[in-house]
Write a protein that binds this ligand. Structure first.
Ligand SMILES: *Cc1c(COP(=O)(O)O)cnc(C)c1O
Length: 244
């Protein structure tokens, strides 16, 4: 029996991030840890939040919105990131309840998110929705995300939308056990962001790296690593499926 020991898992992941950052001569504080809580209950989020974790990522709209509703009153300062595939009929719930969306890959979805983003929540001004564009940097191996050559056009469309703030790029490369092979797609994503910034964009976010490849991602400049398994344990496959 493995026990869920949130404090220890969080400490272990932070140590991994810090040592990768040290090797890459980066400040560990420049890497945000996003705890991917999909399939785990609100209680598990609350336990990690009690250890100081602030950013949480969800893949499924209904599941994520449910947890946010449970936790909003007791944990108003948590920051919620939507990181899963997003269908246009679910944009309103995401625009209403989340703070970030990492997985924008269509103008139509971006337009709906902007149009549906409320300007206040609980009587307080609400920041624009923070956006990353999901890029398919491993060719056929991955089905989601825009091809690299389409990034600039989508970025132009997104910065024109009033209630979104374009922050950067996200990728989910095909799994690979070799550290050097892991680094190639992350380096590619970074070079895409640098190319956009040379053209006048002001992007500051690379959302890349998960439990199995966060070191490679930190080496290549990740500013957000999205970690699920290493924090919450192995997910049971049946849970959360098909909730898009
Ligand atoms: C599930 C998921 C993660 C976390 O993956 P782990 O391997 O469990 O760390 C990160 N990003 C996205 C988009 C995911 O769907």
């Amino acid at each position: 029996m493995t026990q869920f020991t949130p404090a220890k898992r969080l400490r272990d992941v932070r140590i991994r991030i810090a040592s990768a950052a040290a090797t890459a001569a980066r400040n560990p504080a420049s890497v945000c840890l996003l705890a991917v809580s999909k399939t785990f209950p609100a209680d598990a989020v609350a336990e990690l939040a009690a250890c100081g974790q602030v950013d949480f990522g969800e893949n499924y709209v209904q599941e994520g919105v449910g947890k946010i509703a449970v936790l909003r009153a007791t944990h108003p300062r948590l920051c919620w990131h939507f990181i899963g595939p997003l269908q246009s009929n679910k944009t309103r719930e995401v625009a209403t309840h989340f703070d970030w969306v990492h997985s924008v890959d269509r103008v139509h979805v971006a337009q709906r998110l902007s149009g549906q983003r409320p300007v206040t929540r609980d009587g307080q001004a609400l920041a624009p929705l923070q956006i990353c564009l999901q890029v398919n940097v491993s060719g056929e191996a991955s089905k989601s995300g825009i091809p690299p050559q389409a990034v600039e056009d989508l970025a132009k469309a997104v910065i024109a939308l009033p209630n979104l703030r374009l922050r950067g790029l996200m990728c989910i490369p095909a799994p690979n056990d070799d550290l050097h092979a892991q680094r190639a797609p992350f380096a590619h994503l970074r070079s895409l962001m640098e190319a956009l910034n040379r053209k006048g964009f002001a992007l500051d976010t690379l959302s890349m790296g998960m439990s199995a490849d966060l070191e490679a991602a930190v080496h290549e400049g990740a500013t957000i690593v999205r970690v699920g398994t290493a924090l919450f344990g192995v997910r049971s496959k049946a849970v959360g499926r098909g909730q898009g």
